[in-house]
Design a protein around this ligand. Structure first.
Ligand code: SAH
Ligand code: SF4
Ligand code: F3S
Length: 478
């Protein structure tokens, strides 16, 4: 029995699916140690904040949450506060937490997740030693650094005082990520599967290559084994995760090879992937949509901007024309494919004409849905130093115009679904009405329809009755 047995935990997750999946892994690791989820965050023995640093508002929300945690720490003796995730891969953030929030017990980065139980045990040992020292039971004056000696804490962040029980574990990068970690999944019937970690693209606005390190692909056999295990445990849909799945290289396998092999797994009904970089979306992958029965007809293809001039300064390595050509080729090969995107407005130097090109591209592609972001300056990225930063007022004005345009397109596209029958994988019961279920179509559209919770995890035919901006409504087909 470990010193962690019986402790309750709560994990607060910011950011993308990578972080969501990391949180599932941390929950799996804690459960393996005999911990269980707290009914209420305020009652938890261990709280972990898994941070994101992709935009500035993520920073603000993090510091707000830390403030709440401080109160909890003051009220509950023995409480353990942990902070991890992408923000902790940034030097100045670790320094800020260490100095301004010294009551945070454990700080670790995106490459140290597997060591969570080890860090918690170490903290408990440190606390016991500290209590012993304070009561005069020996150990006082001990000067050994309170590190496990695994050699992957960045030297500048080592905690060297025996009076300080904090544990800090950070690595700049990790060439090979650990395999075989448990995960406590949010859903029984669908799962995230990492196929690669890190990013080599260095888009000029983006912090991710600095927080997740260089690109590394998992071995195909490890991925296939994981997916077979998942399907044996009732999973019907997997979402393959990577910052740019198109550059997957597992030995001599590319991403399309992996999809074809996964498509052979019995019981796996749906394969999705996130995210695809337009610069290297291959013809073979486009062909796979028609060839692989379980590959969903949906692609998230972030364009970021509609003007080739802006794209070049973003270091995206494709032009407006190349992107539009890709969309045409996708639609020629897979006429019913749904397409979503990410767009940044107010990138440094973006002129009104550049912005108009983003609007016209959106009109031309007619996306099913889009995530639109205000450009956010990220310390350490090239674009943060670019001249001609756009004023907040201009950014917001452009943002509002783009959102209105995108929403109108989504609404029109969704309205056209009325009368169609869609296969829906049922995810759960609506939060607003317990008689209503929700799920996703093959094309990733959210559908609400009245039904019995016994259908959760099943794929059922639903006749769409109404299309709204962000979802569809329907009724079960007999
Ligand atoms: N690897 C993925 C995206 C990861 S970040 C890809 O390349 O598509 C998710 C989205 O956040 C990006 O697509 C981009 O639109 C947005 N984003 C990243 N950095 C940003 C910044 N500094 N300001 C505003 N939005 C940003
Ligand atoms: Fe960021 Fe670009 Fe890498 Fe995506 S591809 S994570 S936007 S650097
Ligand atoms: Fe945020 Fe890290 Fe994802 S910065 S968007 S959580 S990879």
């Amino acid at each position: 029995m470990s010193g962690l047995t019986g402790k309750t935990y709560n994990i607060i997750t910011f950011g993308c699916q990578m972080n969501e999946h990391d949180s599932e892994t941390m929950a799996g690791l804690l459960q393996r140690e005999g911990c269980f989820p707290a009914a209420d965050r305020a009652e938890a023995d261990i709280v972990i904040i898994n941070t994101c640093s992709v935009r500035e508002n993520a920073d603000k929300r993090f510091f707000g949450t830390l403030g709440q945690l401080k109160k909890q720490k003051a009220l509950r003796p023995g409480f353990i506060a942990c902070v991890c995730g992408c923000m902790m891969q940034q030097e100045h953030m670790v320094t800020a937490v260490k100095q301004q929030y010294p009551w945070v017990d454990i700080v670790f980065g995106t490459h140290n997740i597997d060591d969570l139980p080890g860090m918690l045990e170490e903290l408990l040992v440190n606390r016991r030693k500290q209590a012993g020292a304070e009561s005069g039971a020996g150990l006082s004056g001990e000067t050994t650094p309170l590190l496990s000696g695994r050699g992957y804490t960045l030297a500048k962040h080592e905690i060297r005082s025996a009076k300080d029980s904090r544990v800090i574990r950070l690595m700049d990068d990790r060439p090979v990520m650990p395999e075989g970690l448990p995960a406590k999944r949010l859903f029984r019937h669908k799962a995230f599967v990492n196929i690669m970690y890190g990013c080599n693209n260095f888009c000029s606005y983006c912090i991710v290559p600095y927080t997740r390190g260089r690109e590394k692909s998992r071995r195909p056999e490890d991925i296939l084994r994981e997916v077979r295990n998942l399907t044996a445990n009732g999973v019907r849909e997997v979402t393959l995760l990577g910052q740019n799945v198109n550059s997957y290289r597992g030995g001599d396998w590319n991403f399309a090879d992996l999809i074809h092999a996964l498509d052979e797994i019995p019981g796996l009904d749906r394969i999705r992937f996130m995210t695809s970089h337009p610069k290297d979306l291959s013809d073979r992958l486009i062909a796979s949509f028609a060839q692989c029965a379980s590959l969903c007809h949906y692609i998230h293809l972030p364009v970021q901007a509609g003007s080739s001039r802006t794209l070049e300064r973003m270091n995206r390595r494709y032009t407006r024309e190349k992107y539009l050509d890709l969309v045409h080729r996708l639609r020629d090969a897979v006429p019913d494919i749904t397409i979503s995107t990410d767009i940044i407005v107010g990138f440094p130097g973006e002129t009104e004409e550049d912005f108009e090109e983003t609007l016209s591209l959106a009109e031309e592609v007619r996306y099913d849905s889009a995530f639109t972001f205000l450009y956010s300056k990220r310390k350490g990225t090239p674009a943060a130093e670019f001249p001609d930063q756009i004023s907040e007022e201009d950014k917001h004005r452009r943002f509002d115009r783009l959102v209105a345009c995108m929403n109108a397109i989504s609404e029109e596209k969704n309205a056209a679904y009325a009368g169609r029958v869609e296969q829906v994988l049922v995810d759960g019961v609506s939060k607003k009405d317990s008689r209503v279920l929700n799920g996703r179509t093959d094309g990733f559209k959210l559908v609400d329809f009245p039904g019995d919770p016994s259908l959760i995890g099943k794929i059922v035919p639903v006749r769409i009755t109404e299309g709204k901006t962000f979802s569809l409504r329907g009724a079960l087909e007999p």
